[in-house]
Design a protein around this ligand. Structure first.
Ligand code: F6R
Length: 619
């Protein structure tokens, strides 16, 4: 995920912003850059790859440079390369911008600005902002003073849809840094005769622990001795500074003990970001990155989903959802099996490959096999510059940002969100007559999608109860996770989360299979999590759980809010109600929290579990 730092004061601005930028390296990035104001110009230095590549290009004499903004970019729009690295400039070269987030209407704005004569030097959405501010300056004609530049930026933001943390420096107001925030984090560090900006607190902690957390809709003007915060209309706002007392290690994780829990907290944002720019205000889904015509979509008679681990579990949900909506055969395969199974593929097959890293060896091999056999490949992937993203025929990016904890959490929710969007898009544009999706159903799915982020937030507020339950559950030596259909998909992922970080044996079974063998293992000390979120099969689920109860297993049920608690349950977790197909997304949040707290209770190495790697680049 991109990182921003900035400095204004009497210190060495370049050195300080670069030092602070290094403290954001943990977020992941593929290029870096800095803009600084010297006596008569705004200068920019950028480099692909690591910050050390950028450092090699920086001027050796940095005396007198007291204003700088810097950025690490994690590519979303456009390849990772020098031209697309931030900062970006306007046509005059007098203004530089760094930005985190996504400008949803950038294509439209870019077209308008080009028509007005602006010249673009990158493929990014961010560069649009620089030219838009330039355009506002030209319209207002008073950008030679701080207030003029501030007005132009605020006016420009009124034309922008999307999310942003933004920092701007301008030669028209050389002793100032301008910043704005909407749905992308940005903080101000307050110093003595100097001020800092950053996307995250750890970046500034070496210099100050006195920080202001900007809120959505805040605009700020920083000079060495002042910070003025207003809304986008220029009305003054008051934001109280906050004293950071965390140690350095905790600060990198946003004050949390582990990356895993930080990433679980990022679930709502991840879903919002994956929907952003795709689920439009009028309820239509647009997937501009997919280059297929309506005829091409129709020509895909079969869909094959291929992935590993957590991504495979997302695929299991995708299979049921696609089949339910499209009424076409959809397969789901583990990549390591797929490639050696001589899969039946042809040009009428769409192979959907799902991967967080985009570098998983088996998934890449499956893609090559599919392409070799003439199938079309579509990657649902989180890392833009990854091999999968580069080599698949089409790409639908998940917007989870970098995932650092080895156990995948927010990437799973992003993968599900992308699959829901894709399934609904395909069903809505289905001309074969197979799809059963009515207009009313489509819109009810769309409303349900919009509610998901707030519903996840509501689940996270219950964390204390999961951590209490985890203390009880940590005493068990074995877990079974049971469910039917969508709930079986949840069982697979929930069992994986528990076993990989707590090292307790955990297995998922279709609930109806228990009495065909595994029931023999149930005894006191065995915990059985039963997902009961699918009204059609709940009765059967409860009968299966009663069979477990009779063998003295501990039963934890996951039900929908408002549904009756099964009387065989020792513990019950309820999650907000959504569409049956979307329940796996909501059900997984308490399961991630539970696995995390069980592992914590047992003192396990949570972010780097034994024997596991984040990216599995060998077969
Ligand atoms: C489990 C986990 C793994 C990955 C799997 C695929 O928590 O993270 O099972 O899901 O190794 O990785 P990607 O998605 O990078 O292809």
């Amino acid at each position: 995920m991109c990182g921003i730092t900035g400095y204004i004061g009497s210190g060495s601005a370049i050195e300080i912003t670069i030092n602070n930028l290094k403290r954001l390296e943990y977020r992941g990035y593929d290029s870096a850059g800095v803009a600084y104001s010297s006596t008569d110009a705004v200068s920019i230095v950028r480099a692909p790859g690591k910050i050390k590549n950028l450092e090699a290009l920086l001027p050796t004499s940095v005396e007198g440079i007291g204003v700088a903004i810097a950025h690490t970019r994690w590519a979303t729009h456009g390849r990772p390369c020098e031209e697309n690295a931030h900062p970006h400039r306007d046509c005059t070269g007098q203004l530089a911008v760094v930005h985190n987030g996504i400008i949803e209407n950038y294509a439209e704005l870019r077209r308008e600005l080009i028509a007005k004569g602006h010249e673009f030097a990158s493929e990014t959405d961010t560069e649009t902002l620089a030219h838009l501010i330039e355009e506002m300056c030209a319209l207002e004609g008073d950008c030679d003073k701080t207030e003029g530049v501030a007005n132009a930026i605020r006016k420009a933001l009124h034309h922008v849809k999307g999310s942003y943390a933004l920092a701007v420096i301008s030669q028209d107001s050389p002793d100032t840094v301008f910043v704005a925030r909407k749905e992308s984090p940005l903080i101000i560090g307050l110093g003595e005769g100097e001020n800092f900006i950053a996307s995250d607190i750890p970046a500034v902690m070496r210099y100050t622990r006195n920080v202001v957390l900007l809120e959505d809709g805040d605009f700020a003007i920083l000079t060495p001795n002042s910070v003025t915060i207003t809304d986008f209309e220029g009305n003054p706002l008051e934001r109280k500074p906050f004293l950071v007392t965390w140690d350095d290690a905790a600060a990198e994780k946003g004050g949390n003990a582990h990356f895993m829990i930080k990433e679980i907290y990022e679930n709502p944002r991840t879903v919002r970001e994956t929907l952003r720019g795709r689920l439009m205000d009028d309820g239509e889904i647009v997937l501009p990155s997919l280059p297929f015509s309506a005829e091409q979509w129709q020509a895909f008679r079969r869909i094959s989903i291929v992935a590993c681990g957590t991504a495979y579990h997302a695929g299991v949900v995708g299979k049921s959802f696609f089949e339910q909506l499209l009424r076409r055969p959809v397969e789901v395969n583990v990549a390591s099996e797929f490639r050696y199974s001589d899969p039946i593929l042809d040009k009428e097959t769409l192979v959907v490959l799902i991967s967080q890293s985009g570098e998983t060896a088996d998934t890449l091999a499956a893609m090559r096999e599919a392409q070799h056999k003439g199938a079309t490949t579509l990657a649902i992937v989180n890392v833009v510059g990854s091999t999968l993203a580069r080599d698949a025929d089409a790409v639908l990016l998940t917007q989870a940002g970098p995932e650092i904890g080895v156990a995948s959490t927010k990437a799973y929710l992003a993968q599900l969100t992308a699959l829901y969007l894709l399934g609904l898009y395909l069903a809505r544009h289905d001309a074969s007559g197979n799809s059963r999706l009515t207009e009313a159903e489509y819109h009810s799915y769309v409303s349900a999608l919009r509610e998901l982020p707030a519903q996840i937030e509501a689940i996270i507020t219950q964390e204390a109860s999961y951590s209490q339950l985890a203390e009880e559950l940590a005493k068990h030596h074995c877990f079974f996770y049971l469910g039917r259909r969508y709930d079986f998909a949840s069982s697979l992922e929930a069992a994986l989360k528990m076993k990989e970080i707590s090292y307790i044996h955990a297995e998922a079974y279709p609930a109806g299979e228990m009495k065909h063998g595994p029931l023999a293992l149930v005894e006191p000390g065995v915990a059985v999590v039963g997902f009961c979120t699918q009204p059609d099969t709940n009765e059967k689920m409860v009968s299966n759980l009663k069979e477990v109860k009779a063998r003295e297993g501990t039963i934890i049920t996951v039900i929908r809010e408002g549904d009756e608690t099964p009387d065989c349950a020792d513990y019950t977790l309820s999650v907000p109600i959504t569409k049956e197909a979307f329940m796996p997304l909501l059900s997984m949040v308490p399961m991630q929290l539970l696995a995390y707290h069980v592992a914590r209770t047992l003192g396990c190495e949570i972010d780097q579990p034994r024997n596991l790697a984040k990216s599995v680049t060998v077969e």
